[in-house]
Write a protein that binds this ligand. Structure first.
Ligand code: KG4
Ligand code: ZN
Length: 350
């Protein structure tokens, strides 16, 4: 086993295949991105209105080598110069995860280098370390993606506590479902955001969800039903729906719910720093309104730039660097864990 030195920097090769993006990145010391190649499968899934798991796995297996080669070439690094192999091992689609996990195991074994498994959402949070060099735990993170809407206490590197979460749909899932109902197609988030720019966010008063006895938890299924009812009634009456107003009002209802619960947690636990993470962080209106709220309440606010909001391997490298420094490392029995919980480490240590 080779010894690792931080003199010239640890080179991490990270692989991310948990859903519909095949991504590989080369990152120095978990913070300096030398390359971050993302192959999106959107075109393959668009006609089905959502991600088809088997198509996703097949596309990952076709693209993974090419994506890794591009990442190495762009970073001007050879495979033999890599010090650490990092990979997302959950949560996500099992067949999709297995492509990345198998690839990472094979490379780690062939090169005799450490294999660092990473939780996808912990990666999303770590995306913020890539650009905000002054950011250090502890802080509160609002994670909003296609599968997660969580308020997470990041107590230290790799130490998490969930303070609030969605009881039903995730925020991104709500965007995707409403977009499908309107006929905007997949993925819904960016399409709704674009349409919302032309509309009035206060045109349609959609209900605010309350979760009994859980003040920090979210619920988006009621909002989703309200939007669907609105569309249904308009159709029955033969009325035209102003889709821009509908998109803007729906988006505003999601943003209001996110800000309201985040504010409650910040006040309750006296946080001074809020870190936004996940695919829905690509929504500029959400970022603008959260930043404004934080400025008004003297809270430091961090969010990733667009490329690090949605799925990418650079964020997995950022998380892997801190995992490695804490002595975590998997042996070669590593498997995909599709329902992995935040903070869980479901693999055998080296
Ligand atoms: O983090 P991500 O790329 O994948 C998961 O880990 O789920 O998040 C994807 C989700 C999708 O639901 C997508 O519709 C949503 O993020 N999303 C957005 C925007 N861009 C992506 N939601 C709202 N506004 C956006 N601009
Ligand atoms: Zn994601």
């Amino acid at each position: 086993m080779s010894t690792l030195t931080e003199k010239e920097g640890l080179l991490i090769l990270a692989i991310e295949t948990s859903c519909d993006e095949t991504s590989a990145a080369i990152v120095k010391n978990g913070r300096t991105v030398l390359s971050n190649i993302i192959h999106s499968q959107i075109a393959l899934h668009e006609t089905y209105g959502g991600v088809v798991p088997e198509i996703a796995s097949r596309s990952h297996i076709e693209k993974i080598n090419e994506v890794i080669e591009k990442a190495l070439a762009q970073a001007q690094v050879s495979l033999h110069e890599i010090d650490i192999i990092a990979v997302t091992y959950g949560p996500g689609l099992v067949g999709a995860l297995l492509v990345g996990v198998s690839q990472a195991k094979a490379i780690a074994y062939a090169l005799d280098k450490p294999l660092i498994p990473i939780h996808h959402i912990e990666g999303h949070i770590a995306a913020n370390f890539l650009e905000h060099k002054q950011l250090r735990p502890p802080f509160l993170s609002l994670v909003v993606s296609g599968g997660h809407t969580h308020l997470i206490a990041v107590k230290d590197y790799g130490k998490f506590e969930i303070l609030g979460q969605t009881r039903d749909d995730a925020a991104g899932e709500a965007f995707d479902k409403i977009a499908r109902a309107i006929g905007f197609g997949y993925p819904g988030g960016p399409k709704i955001e674009n349409e919302a720019k032309k509309g009035n966010p206060y045109a349609i008063p959609f209900p605010k969800a309350k979760v009994e006895n859980a003040p920090y938890d979210f619920s988006f299924s009621g909002l989703k039903s309200a939007v669907l009812n609105y569309l249904h009634k308009a159709k029955q009456r033969g009325e035209n729906v102003n889709l821009s107003d509908l998109a803007a009002s729906f988006q505003q209802a999601v943003i209001d719910a996110l800000i309201e619960k985040t504010a409650l947690v910040i006040e309750k636990y006296s946080y001074s720093t809020l870190v936004l993470a996940g695919g829905v962080a690509a929504n500029r209106s959400l970022v603008f309104q959260l930043r404004k709220w934080c400025e008004e309440h003297r809270i430091k606010f961090f969010a990733p730039s667009l490329v690090y909001c949605t799925d990418n391997a650079a964020m997995i490298a950022a998380a892997a660097y801190d995992e490695y420094r804490q002595g975590n490392r998997s042996n070669y029995t590593l498997n995909a864990v599709p329902n992995l919980k935040i903070g869980e480490r479901k693999y055998e240590q080296w």
